[in-house]
Design a protein around this ligand. Structure first.
Ligand SMILES: Cc1cc2nc3c(=O)[nH]c(=O)nc-3n(C[C@H](O)[C@H](O)[C@H](O)COP(=O)(O)OP(=O)(O)OC[C@H]3O[C@@H](n4cnc5c(N)ncnc54)[C@H](O)[C@@H]3O)c2cc1C
Length: 496
């Protein structure tokens, strides 16, 4: 990952930003709050900056010959290069090419960023994939004659031309959930309309990565008590004067020695509570107002996002396999059958997720908007498997470490003239120095037990909707007719 960055031909890089440009673009008038202070420059904020630096390297890698073709592609018509984040896959092969970018961003963050730069473009892609359906005639709250399908196409072009990162937010503020569909307090609503756009107030939560992004894609989910003025799906710049972001407490270890926190020092994807206070959204960034039928499309539109989530879980599972193997090699426990069984469980988890991703892709289909997408039932079943088994896999990784996961020492202790020698002499592993064994354990701590790992575990469990919802989705969408027929035939039951 350290190869030097060689700029590509200047005629072919106009749509790509490097890390410095990405960071510079974040130095706008955005209103981001950490505890009681408004952040002057998010790139310099200790809790936000390291995560921005990490994503900055992803932008830099677009110019790195080693990664260029994974991260970018050339438009055959114009010869211009742009980010694969905004690629429109039309075939299975193109979908597989696009997947390599997910593998790259997942590896870069060890899977701890659920909303890396290439995630939200897949939500926009999902809308684009259903474009013909967004051509429906605008209803009630559409004062102006929006062409939502055209707006979506424009947004795809905008993203592709400017190489932006967006947050994607659906979740509503968590307050009293006892109403018919969870209550409507704080629900985002249209509070005004002009010839040029709509004005919205309310809140969205949780907006992962919003403070570190350029834009926010937001929508409300269709629910029985949704007031008509809350039927909205749109995008805004983060520096919209009507938008305030309130950050949760940080969970990573910014500024830490990389030896002490090999993952935590790289920062985190921060989550924000997003308040809209009379925020103006121009017409061309509105993808739906007033048409509840279109809100029903959120599920189908988010399937590329779910494909991203599942692929990231697979990559993370492969990292877990490597970690499990290293732990046992360093401790010299590889010959113990029970230990091998535990490593095998991790391997089986990784292979199962891989099988779900590859099968979903191979069983894919072309949408009405001409986009190739993976099979939704395999994605849903795969996501369910990934989160159902995640706690067990984390438990195994911790179990394999024994005391080493806790009896870790900072670099300063190893460097100490007084006590360092004891640690060096008394704690080496099987063919490995005490320092290297300690460093691995520090990494496993960051990955499975630190506050960063805690946030990641919660994220995996609920970010793409919690397991009960996923189960219900699979039940609703899975076509069981053929199987029911098999059962009827074998049981000798009549068809009605
Ligand atoms: C770290 C993190 C990052 C996130 N990032 C994003 C993001 O970037 N964008 C985004 O849109 N969302 C994000 N989310 C939010 C996530 O989508 C929601 O947490 C999730 O959809 C559940 O909604 P809720 O938290 O409001 O749960 P609540 O509605 O408050 O419900 C709490 C729990 O009750 C149970 N429950 C409630 N209703 C039902 C029901 N009808 N059926 C079965 N069980 C039910 C579930 O177990 C649920 O988890 C993130 C969440 C976390 C924790």
């Amino acid at each position: 990952m350290t190869a030097t960055i060689e700029p590509v031909d200047s005629t072919t890089q106009s749509h790509l930003r490097d890390g410095a440009q990405y960071k510079n673009d974040l130095r706008d008038s955005r209103s981001v709050w950490v505890a009681d202070h408004k952040v002057a420059d998010v790139t310099q904020e200790p809790t936000l900056g390291p995560g921005i630096d990490l994503m900055g390297t992803m932008f830099d890698d677009q110019f790195n010959p080693e990664y260029r073709d994974v991260l970018t592609l050339t438009d055959p018509e114009t010869g211009e290069r742009y980010s694969r984040s905004w690629q429109i896959p039309r075939t299975l092969a193109e979908l597989q090419d696009r997947r390599q970018l997910i593998e790259y961003t997942s590896f870069k963050t060890a899977g701890t960023f659920g909303r890396p730069p290439d995630l939200s473009p897949l939500i926009a892609l999902g809308m684009y994939s259903r474009s013909p359906l967004f051509k429906r005639s605008p209803a009630a709250f559409s004062k102006n004659n929006h062409d939502f399908a055209e707006n979506i196409a424009k947004y795809m072009k905008h993203g592709r031309d400017t190489n932006i990162i967006a947050a994607e937010v659906l979740a509503d503020p968590q307050n009293d959930r006892s109403g018919p569909s969870g209550g409507t307090a704080g629900l985002l609503r249209i509070v005004g309309q002009t010839d040029d756009g709509i004005v919205v107030s309310g809140a969205k939560s949780v907006g992962s990565i919003a403070a570190q992004a350029d834009e926010i894609l937001f929508t409300n989910l269709l629910r029985p008590d949704l007031p008509p003025e809350a039927c909205v799906w749109a995008a805004t710049r983060v520096d919209n004067p009507g938008v305030k972001l309130i950050c949760r407490e940080a969970v990573s270890s910014p500024g830490a020695d990389p030896f002490d926190h090999p993952l935590g020092y790289k920062g985190e994807e921060a989550d924000q509570f997003i308040v809209f206070d009379n925020a103006f959204i121009p017409n061309e960034r509105v993808f739906n107002v007033g048409d509840t039928e279109l809100l029903k499309l959120y599920g189908p539109c988010s399937q590329w996002g779910h494909w991203h989530v599942l692929t990231r879980m697979w990559v993370k599972a492969e990292i877990f396999v490597g970690v499990a193997q290293l732990i046992t090699e360093f401790l010299g426990t590889t010959k113990i059958p029970q230990v091998r069984n535990m490593v095998t469980e991790v391997i089986a988890y990784a292979q199962t997720l891989k099988a779900f991703v590859l099968t979903a892709e191979n069983q894919g289909y072309l949408t009405e908007g001409g986009v190739f997408g993976a099979d939704i039932n395999f994605l849903t079943a795969g996501r369910l498997h990934s989160i159902d088994h995640y706690p067990r896999i984390i438990h195994i990784l911790q179990e394999l470490c024994g005391q080493g996961l806790v009896m870790r020492f900072p670099r300063a202790a190893f460097d100490s003239d007084e006590v360092g020698e004891y640690l060096e002499q008394l704690l080496p592993g099987h063919g490995v120095t005490a320092r290297d064994k300690n460093r691995l354990m520090n990494f496993v701590w960051d990955l499975t037990a630190s506050s960063l790992a805690g946030r990641t575990a919660v994220f995996e469990n609920v970010n793409s909707t919690p397991a009960p919802f996923i189960r219900e989705r699979l039940y609703r969408e899975f076509d069981r007719d053929r199987m029911v027929g098999m059962a009827r035939d074998l049981a000798g039951l009549p068809y009605e």
